[in-house]
Design a protein around this ligand. Structure first.
Ligand code: PMP
Length: 443
């Protein structure tokens, strides 16, 4: 049993692979191939050898999580409760099709040409008006269209940070941001999150001693915890940003996916001094494949960041921008969002019910009022890694808590997404995780 457990552990970490009839072999990773002289001489150009910044990115608990989640989505027979993407029936394919056939011929110049680095003027205007409806008084000059909010985190990081600079993040926080800040050589300081969001009191104590260059927060339906930062903490956070002159990057992909009527406005809505750089994306409200996101910030910053953006991708995919702009113009986004909110609300409840029904042990879960995830704190008798290993045997996956942590924590947490799996898959996936738990408890 010990040997089998060791094999399972190595396989779960991707270090070995078994083939029926051939036995178990150590897996060659991409980088190992370069260390093998024969492979190196035979087929790898020498400049690929020892690329140090890539080596940094290949290490740490965050290293391959996002790419693995994305490729898992393409595998059949696996139920993925890992992926934070809308399900196929919420991807607006028919809408896109009808906009394309009605309007593409007239709009071909904006849809299929190059466009201004800052984004299509029509889209910037539509996004500014969309933001104003959410209480953020901006105009089109304050909007920079981006190829995903991932690009936004990277651009802002590259613009503000030098290697060795400090960045404050919540613990836990979005793992993609941790990866970006690490890749830029920043030192990351974690401030814990509780049911009311970031512990701003601890941030205040920290700011009295250190001078970070950036504070990265997810105030609304935080990823992974789903919590919303209280109004009192939002105000205090803004006061601190002002007192210590530190910009805040507000990442808000889930703010419009709420299940109750008590809808929080973005932090940016309270920002009268331009300390908040607001980031949101079409990835969760429409489709991640569009690769359209936006930043709302002070005009001089938009101008400077667009020079950076120009260097790296010239402009965001014009077809995607044109489609989003048309959807906003035809006012179909609000209808789409209504349907999406009702669906995700229902799926959240379905997942919670299935957990109650099928899991043999009590698990602490923050019930989120919006977003895509349940953040689960497992009891001491079940380690998250062991549960993932057993769950993969049952053909179901989720994300471990560790990669969301910068303090080495998260071993007892898992993140389950109720967004992308079908209703049947949610119930079946939870049932199978319950079986995996039972096997662990029986040992
Ligand atoms: N920020 C957060 C908090 C996210 O959850 C995600 C996607 N999971 C992103 C940014 C990246 O989104 P995009 O597709 O816009 O790059």
């Amino acid at each position: 049993t010990t040997i089998m457990n060791a094999y399972n552990e190595l396989a779960a970490e991707g270090l070995i692979e078994g083939h029926v009839g051939r036995g178990t072999v150590v897996k060659r990773t991409y980088f190992q191939a370069f260390e093998d002289e024969e492979a190196f001489v035979d087929d790898s150009p020498s400049w690929l050898f020892g690329l140090s910044s890539m080596d940094d990115l290949s290490e740490g608990p965050q290293a391959r999580v996002l790419s693995d989640i994305a490729s898992m989505g393409e595998r059949e027979n696996i139920i993925s409760l890992a992926s934070a993407t809308p399900p196929p029936d919420m991807l607006p394919a028919e809408l896109i099709q009808s906009i394309m056939s009605q309007r593409l011929a007239e709009g071909r110049q904006s849809a299929l040409g190059y466009c201004p680095v800052e984004g299509l003027q029509s889209l910037r205007r539509a996004l500014a008006s969309h933001m104003r409806k959410r209480g953020v008084p901006v105009d089109f000059q304050h909007i920079l269209v981006l190829s995903g909010s991932t690009q936004g985190i990277g651009l802002i990081g590259r613009f503000l940070l030098h290697p060795g600079d400090e960045v404050v993040v919540e613990v836990p926080t979005y793992l993609g941001a941790i990866q970006t800040f690490r890749a830029l050589g920043a030192r990351i300081i974690g401030i814990p999150v509780d049911k009311d969001g970031m512990r701003v009191d601890l941030l205040e104590a920290m700011l009295a001693r250190r001078k970070p260059r950036l504070i990265y927060v997810l105030p609304t339906f935080q990823n992974p915890t789903g919590v919303v930062m209280s109004l009192e903490r939002r105000k205090r956070l803004l006061a601190l940003a002002r007192r210590y002159q530190v910009p805040i990057l507000e990442d808000d992909p889930y703010g419009e996916i709420y299940f109750e009527n008590d809808v929080p406005q973005p932090l940016k809505a309270l920002d009268t001094r331009g300390h908040v750089l607001y980031l949101s994306t079409c990835s969760k409200i429409l489709a991640p494949g569009l690769r359209v996101a936006w930043l709302a910030a002070a005009e001089p910053l938009i101008e400077m960041l667009s020079l950076h953006k120009q260097v790296f991708d010239l402009n965001t995919n014009a077809l995607g921008q044109w489609l989003v702009s048309e959807m906003l113009r035809q006012n179909v986004l609000s209808k789409h969002l209504e349907t999406a909110r009702a669906l995700y609300h229902h799926k959240r409840d379905l997942m919670l019910d299935a957990i109650k029904r099928y899991w043999p042990v009590p698990v602490r879960i923050h019930v989120p009022d919006g977003g895509f995830h349940l953040w689960c704190h497992l009891p001491g008798c079940i380690r998250a890694r062991a549960l993932l290993r057993e769950s993969i045997q049952e053909q179901v996956t989720f994300v471990l808590g560790e990669p969301f942590h910068v303090d080495g924590g998260g071993h007892q947490h898992i993140r389950l997404s109720f967004a992308s799996a079908s209703e049947d898959e949610i119930v079946e996936g939870i049932r199978r995780i319950g079986l995996a738990m039972q096997r662990i408890l029986a040992r």
